[in-house]
Each structure stands twice: as C-alpha cells, then as structure tokens.
Design a protein around this ligand. Structure first.
Ligand code: MTE
Ligand code: MOS
Length: 763
C-alpha cells in the first residue's frame, strides 16, 4: 500500500484523537505509586550534600576540608581537583564551571561535594567545609542604557526595511520601557538524582526533561564514553523548563560522588537549596517604540531587549533569540529594527522557563499596543485586528505563513465570549469615584514550537515501535512526562495511527541506553515531532501487517484497514484480529519492529535575522477581568477567557489543563513572584516569603480552541505547552491598568506596587 493511502486513513473519523481520553498516568499518581526518583532510589545508599558559595562574587583563596574528614560518617569530600573529565557544564555557552575552583559568581554556586552515610551527617559536614574568600564587586541588576561591554553574554537582531522612514509615516508614535522579574519554576518535586557508578555502567535515575543532556554531561565530567552512562528519566514532578539544564549538573555532581566512593549515592535538594541555586526565568528590560498611520496600520517597530543571563551564559543565547523573534507580537510590520543583548549579573544562571523569553517579550509588546490604542482612542481589539497576522501573511522575519493562522479568529471569539468591548466601556464608567474598580484587558500572543535554527540538529522525532507476538503495540520513546500529558497524547496518536484499541497500546519512556535520542522534551514540540515519527513508523509497519493478512486469509481483499485492533477488508465483510496476524508474522520471521523518524522542515536565518527560523507558529488571545481594591492594592483576577490556535487538539482535557496551569503560572509572574536580594544574596528562597498563586487565587478560566490544522503536524496538531503563560500575563496587566487608569510597566506588580501606583499622579 502506498504511503498516501495510509495517510488517507488518518483522515477518517477519528476514534481517539480529539477525544477526552483520561490521563494514562492518573491512577499511579493519585494512588501514590513509587514513580519519582526519591521513591526509586534504594533505601540504603550514601548521601551527597553540596558545599555552596556564600558570596555573590569572590576569589576562592582556600578550601579546607581537614576537619570534615574527621567527622564520623563522612566518606569523602570532592572538589574541582578530583574531576576526571572536563570541569565545565556542557551548554550552548559552556562557561559554567562544574565545581568552582578559583572564583565564584553567585551565592549558591557549587564548590564541593560531601559524601556521608546519611543525609544529616552530609548536611552537618557540608557546613564545616571552610572556604576562604576574597570578595569582589558584584551586580544583581543592570541599566538598559549603560551596558558594560565586558558583561555582554550574547546578542541577536532583526532588521528589515527602514524604521526612520516608518516613524516619519506614522500619525502616532509611542515609546515605553517595560521590566519583568526573575521567576521560580516552583515544581512540586525539587531536583533530585540517584547515581550508582560502582559498576561498569554508570547508572543514573534523574528527574529530567532531557535525559540525553544528562548522559552527555556525566560522560564529559567523568571522562567516560557516552555508552557507559545509562540515564533513566523518572516521572518528573513538574519541570517547566527548570529540569532542562539543571539536572545535567546535578546528576553529574551525584555521579561524580558515586564514582569516587564506589557506592550508590543520592543527591536530593530541599526546597531552600533548590530555590537558592537552580536556574530562574531571565529578568528583562525591554524598550519598544512603535508607530501607526492614519488608517491604524503599524508602520515601524524599534525594540531593545535586554535579558539578565545571571552568572553564566549557558542557555541564554537561545532564550534571547526567541525573545527577539517574538517581541514584535503576532502582527505585520513593514519596518523593523530589533536588537537584543544579554548581560551577566551575579545571580544564579538564568535558564529555560515555560515560554523561553516569549513571556517577557509579549508582555512588553502587548502593553505597548494597549498604550498606543489608548492614545489613538480606539478599541484595543480593533488595532490588533487591523495588524494581526493571518493565513499567508509574512512574519517579522519575512517567513510566509501557511493557512494555519487562527490569530484573528481568536481575537474575535475572545471578544464575543468575554463581551470585552461592551465591558470595557461599561467598567470605565462604573469605576468613576469608586474604591473597588473593575477592569477588563486583552492581549494577543504568539510563539513557536521547536528548537529554531540554533537547535535544529537536535530537533528530531524518533520512536521505536514494535508489534508483540500477542498483538500489542509497544511504542518506545525518549521523551519525558512532567505533567503535560505527553504519555496520554502519544498513546492516543499511536492508537489512532495504527488503528489499535487504546488498551492494546503501551508507551514506554525513560531509558537512554534502550531508547533513541529524540532530543529534549522542551519547546512544546513533543506532540508534533513524536506524532510525525509515529506516522513514519506506521508507513513501515502497516504494509507488513496487511501483507500477512492477505497470506492468512483468501477471503480478505484490499484495500485493507486496521481498526479496533483488527484488520478489515474494505467492505468490512472479513476481519482478522491483529493478534492472529502478529503470531503468524512471527512464525514467518517477518520483522514487526520499526523505527519511526521525523526530521522537521529546515529552519534558518540570515545575518539580518531574516528567514524561516521556525517550522510552526501558534497563536492565542486572552481576556482577563479583574477587580482592584484601590485602598489596599489587592487584585482579584475574576475571569480569564483563553482562546488558542495550536492546530488540532489531540486531547481537549490535557490541553485545557495546559491552558489553565499556564494562566495561573503567568499570574504568578504578573502579580506575586519576586526574589528579594540583600548584599547579593537571595533572602526569600522558600514558599513562605516567595509567593506563588494558589488555587484560591485562580480565576474562573474559560478555554476555547480555534483548530486551524497544520499541514505538517500530526492530525494537524502543533503544540500548546507554553503559550498559555505567555498570553495570560499581558491580559491580566492590561486589565489592571484599565481598572486603575494607570499603566503598569513593571512586573511583578505586587499589591503594594499597585497601591502606590493608585496614589501616584495619573500618567
Ligand atoms: N505542564 C506541566 N504540568 N508540567 C510541566 O513541567 N512544562 C511546560 C509545558 N507544560 C510543563 C507543562 C514546558 S516548559 C514545556 S516546553 C512543555 O510543557 C513541554 O511539553 P510538550 O512538548 O509535551 O508540550
Ligand atoms: Mo520548556 S521552557 O521549553 O522546557
């Protein structure tokens, strides 16, 4: 059968895709089955504790471990001198030492590893390691106008047309600067790793989004070949990007400890240690100048995007790249000049975090557009409608989009279901002279899926699929489940593509040596690349199933199809259970195993930043309705209407879950989450003093999907994991700004900030 004919089968009425299939991991999670790394480590093993810098920037003059080794129960203390391989963490910029030797650049930086027979002894001993410092000047902030060249990590730009000319043609021009803060991932499960390097193969169990990054880092730092490192990615208790890079060095710390002492070791961070030392969202300062002509058409955008990369470069170039790509929003721009730069500070390295630069950038542009609409005196929806991207539009980088652009539909639907336009006027009148003011705000959003031109070599989808002798389909895949629902969605797609019953499909994840490297579980790309890899596997395996069916039965006639784990003739008159076919195929030595491979469309940019940097774009509109007590600054987010175009939705329940969670996590960055520093040291690294939204703060959330199907995606799907967070922040902030009649330009805007803003002179 030709591949086209097989693909046509997918167009039939769908049995599982688009259906509310319950999560496959729900039962084991709610019943407390041992699935996380701390459950899976043996009860008896050594414990590691990290000795960390107490200074934001200092030269290390001496490390004295003599007293520590005398403590009963202490097994070893490991420093940079004990590293057999390379003392740098592998990353886009591999500048972060694995263990600091001569210098430290943030409070919490790793200096030494103490190994002891139990956790208490390890913790006690770690405090006794004497590190002698010579303090150096430090920075935890930066000035957008004065960036010292020696602090620059990287830069990125897009240039198109002539912005000077564009601003001359404009009737209205505004220029504003916006700021966003750092954010903690606040996964429920703190970072943790178990390692056993006592045998020939170094075995690691880690809560990680990227088991192959862990494998590579352990191999480099220990100086052993890749195939000697076996990483089992356990179920992840929340990652949100925070388990993208960090586990690479946390696992290597644990593995090195085990390697040196020759025994199994566990390294499990507690909350304070995790918050102090792991990566955070990049703080940003973004200046945007935009112009619009008499007809309401955008004429030019000039933007400067500055990100705080923290102490080391690591993943920052990729985050900056995306911030620059999306800072112009989902709009058409004839003239563009965007410059992005990342600077060093003495904070923990900034890292991957849901949205990956887009939340900062989209908050800035969507605030700026609201300011411009206000200046023009028009409905903010209208301005977005005039300029919004649609099917066939060209993006900021001149990439021609296909028909799968549902942005304007999302604006329209959001307006209708929230009654935005009506309430906007109503609340403006209602608020006059009142203490409790109501507001409604709207924001468009776009972002991408996939790794972009820089990450293209790793942006693949691979599955290893097998029909077992008893007629079940086993899908092995090197992705991780961190709550986003990938296990469920992959199972649905596999069942649909192969025509199997859901209960006859098994999805197995988790082991780097047994599986094939399908790249990292990041950038909302799992559904897209794995769905496509499954299609490829089906193209290879289905013909063998059909050929075997024809061998078994003389009555069955082509074209054949698989449904409900049975092979049917086209007129449905004859059917054979898959199990009968697989049994027969095995006895005839037919190979019922296939590797499904997917290579996404090539992505690229030129020296001006123009080109086709991503293979898929996704869109959303959020509307938020809020109530602000102007005497206290307290905000209640009452409702959020979230309309998303992520292509075909594979599972409406898990997809809505992504939207709901993303909105609340965005609320955190918008209103609550703020790290406080004193003398270069973070002082609120706990959930008492660092506030995140809880279920009591969560608004009513109304989710809708505009399913503009992608021609490239499986069943037309794209991705949904990150964009809800991106869209919710400017919607909430625009709503509060509407309520209080003052513009918020810096987030988090805490209740206290809002209180003072209400008292400030109106601007
Ligand atoms: N949802 C839950 N529940 N937990 C998570 O850790 N991570 C987010 C998002 N949704 C996350 C989540 C991030 S940062 C990404 S990149 C995507 O899920 C990754 O999963 P996907 O490729 O399956 O969309
Ligand atoms: Mo997500 S920030 O790409 O892990």
């Amino acid at each position: 059968m030709l591949p086209e004919a097989i693909l046509k089968e997918e167009k039939k009425e769908l049995a599982f895709v688009g259906k509310k299939i319950p999560r496959v991991d729900a039962k084991e999670k709610v019943s407390g089955r041992p699935i996380y790394v701390r459950d899976l480590a043996p009860k008896v093993c050594y414990h590691a504790k990290i000795v960390r810098s107490t200074r934001p920037h200092a030269r290390i003059k001496n490390i004295d471990v003599s007293e520590v080794l005398k403590i009963p129960g202490v097994v070893d203390v490991i420093t940079a001198d004990d590293i057999p391989g390379i003392n740098f963490v592998d990353a886009i910029i591999p500048d972060k030492p694995f263990l600091a030797k001569d210098e430290v650049n943030y409070v919490g930086e790793e200096i030494a590893i103490v190994v002891a027979i139990d956790k208490e002894t390890a913790e006690l001993a770690a405090k006794k390691v004497k590190v002698e410092y010579e303090d150096l000047p430090f920075e935890i902030d930066f000035d957008i106008d004065k960036i010292e060249p020696n602090r620059i990590i990287c830069d990125s730009r897009i240039e198109k047309g002539d912005v000077e000319k564009g601003f001359k043609e404009a009737t209205y021009v505004i220029e504003e600067t916006f700021e966003t803060g750092a954010q903690e991932h606040a996964y429920i499960e703190p970072q943790g790793v178990f390692a056993d390097a006592s045998g020939d193969i170094i075995e690691i169990k880690a809560a990680t989004q990227c088991p192959y990054y862990v494998q590579k880092n352990v191999s480099k730092i220990l100086g052993v070949p890749l195939h000697k490192v076996k990483v089992t990615a356990t179920m992840v208790g929340g990652g949100f990007g925070g388990k993208e890079e960090d586990p690479s060095w946390i696992a290597a710390l644990c593995a090195l400890a085990s390697y040196k002492v020759g025994r199994p070791v566990i390294l499990d961070y507690d909350r304070e240690e995790d918050m102090l030392s792991t990566t955070k969202r990049h703080p940003s300062k973004i200046r945007i100048k935009i112009g619009v002509d008499e007809e309401g058409k955008f004429t030019a955008i000039e933007a400067k995007v500055v990100l705080d990369g923290g102490a080391y470069g690591t993943i920052t170039p990729a985050v900056l790249f995306l911030a620059v790509q999306v800072v112009s929003g989902p709009y058409k721009w004839p003239n563009v000049k965007i410059y992005g730069v990342a600077v060093k500070t003495n904070r923990p390295p900034s890292g991957a975090f849901r949205g990956f630069g887009a939340p900062q950038a989209v908050f800035a542009i969507e605030s700026a557009i609201d300011i411009l609409a206000e200046k023009m005196g028009i409905n903010p929806i209208q301005l977005r409608m005039i300029n919004g991207l649609e099917g066939g539009s060209k993006t900021v980088t001149t990439q021609k989009l296909g028909d799968d652009v549902g942005f304007k539909e999302s604006l329209e639907i959001a307006d209708n279901i929230s009654e935005f336009s009506r309430k906007r006027e109503l609340y403006t009148k209602h608020n006059e002279g009142r203490v409790i003011k109501k507001g409604i705000g709207l924001a468009g959003a776009w972002t991408i899926i996939g790794l972009g031109p820089g990450g293209y070599p790793e942006d693949r989808g691979i599955v290893y699929v097998q029909f077992t002798i008893d007629g079940r389909l086993v899908v092995n895949v090197g992705v991780t489940e961190m709550g986003q629902g990938s296990l469920t969605v992959i199972k649905q797609m596999a069942a649909e593509i192969f025509g199997m019953k859901l209960e006859d499909v098994e999805v197995i994840i988790g082991d780097t040596l047994a599986l094939l490297d399908t790249g990292p579980t990041v950038a909302s790309r799992t559904t897209f690349v794995i769905g496509n890899a499954l299609r490829d596997a089906a193209r290879k395996l289905k013909p063998i199933i059909f050929e075997t069916a024809l061998e078994i039965s003389e009555k069955i006639s082509e074209p054949l199809e698989i449904r409900d784990s049975m092979v049917f003739s086209h007129d449905k008159s004859v059917s054979i259970p898959i199990s009968e076919i697989t049994r027969h195929a095995y006895t005839k030595h037919k190979m019922l195993t296939a590797i499904g491979w997917y290579s996404p469309p090539r992505t690229y940019i030129n020296e001006k930043g123009l080109g086709e940097p991503f293979y898929a774009y996704i869109f959303a509109t959020h509307v938020a309705e809020v109530e602000v007590d102007t005497e206290t600054g307290a905000v209640k987010v009452l409702n959020v209407w979230a309309v998303h175009d992520s292509g075909k939705i594979i599972n409406p329940v898990t997809a809505s879950g992504q939207v709901e969670g993303g909105i609340v996590q965005g609320m955190g960055l918008a209103l609550f989450e703020k790290f406080v520093y004193e003398n270069g040291k973070m002082i609120n690294n706990n959930f008492t003093d660092y506030l995140i939204p809880t279920i009591k703060d969560a608004p009513n959330i109304h989710v809708r999907f505009v399913e503009k199907t992608s021609p490239e995606g499986p069943f037309g799907a794209k991705g949904i994991g990150e964009i809800p967070l991106v869209a919710s922040i400017p919607a909430i902030i625009n709503a509060i700004s509407h309520a209080i009649g003052r513009r918020i330009k810096k987030i988090p805007a805490t209740y206290e900030d809002i209180y003072f803003l209400c008292r400030a002179n109106k601007k």
